[in-house]
Design a protein around this ligand. Sequence first.
Ligand SMILES: NC(=O)c1ccc[n+]([C@@H]2O[C@H](COP(=O)([O-])OP(=O)(O)OC[C@H]3O[C@@H](n4cnc5c(N)ncnc54)[C@H](OP(=O)(O)O)[C@@H]3O)[C@@H](O)[C@H]2O)c1
Length: 249
Amino acid sequence: MSKLNGKVAVVTGATSGMGLDTAKLFLEHGAKVVLTGRSQEKLDAAAKDLTGDFLLVPAEASSTADSKNLIAKTVEKFGKIDILFLNAGIFRMEPLGNLTEEIYDEVMNVNVKGPIFTANEAVDSLNDGGSVIFNTSILNVKGFPAMTAYAASKAALRSVTKTFAAELGGRNIRVNAISPGPIDTPIYGKHNVPQDQINEMAGSFPAMVPLGRFGAGKEIATVALFLASDDSSFINGAEIPVDGGFAQV
Ligand SMILES: NC(=O)c1ccc[n+]([C@@H]2O[C@H](COP(=O)([O-])OP(=O)(O)OC[C@H]3O[C@@H](n4cnc5c(N)ncnc54)[C@H](OP(=O)(O)O)[C@@H]3O)[C@@H](O)[C@H]2O)c1
């Protein structure tokens, strides 16, 4: 069944992981999808697996100029926007004492400033009845060493979800967040986390999850589809954990 027939969806950070899985699922459900990522090469590689009506727009998440261009390109190609999945994000780990202003700024600019200003740019182009979805993290309610900047960035998005929900409710635009637990995506290998720490995390996370495993990107995509579609028509301002019980028990 096509749950998003004719809808226009923008998925940021759609070259890999949860964003790519979500873009694929949205396309399968009849949406027209705009995918972003940092480089055209990665977007082209991701697009090889896609079928349907889609547009690739390179956009640096922390750049307000790129957000403006993203929304302009989307409107030019597809008209108004129904679904905004603000998913692009980076992961950084630095123990206290090693945290630098540079890392803090990078994390906050990509993970917080990016989604806020993309939504700010998109708001006049959103159809009434639309759906905005943020991708946060269960680390915004749990304490883990070395996660200061990352966890704070996702806590900020939890707050933004509620503010936007209050502000856009009058237009019947719902604003919610997905809060993933440990999900098996390329994110851990991409950034400043040393391989031995990645291995340690990979070994210890499943034991902390009542379901005993990492989640899959597709298990986020199905929740994004739920929040994007009318199936969730009375859910607003919520943050839905998708974490195998990690932060719930
Ligand atoms: N994996 C987890 O366990 C987990 C848990 C909780 C929350 N999350 C959140 O889930 C979201 C998706 O992450 P993922 O695990 O699917 O990781 P991923 O596979 O690394 O995907 C991240 C996406 O964001 C894009 N991106 C990163 N930095 C960007 C920037 N500065 N400008 C534009 N695009 C940028 C990446 O594009 P490139 O191709 O350019 O890298 C990629 O498309 C993130 O917000 C992350 O914080 C992840």
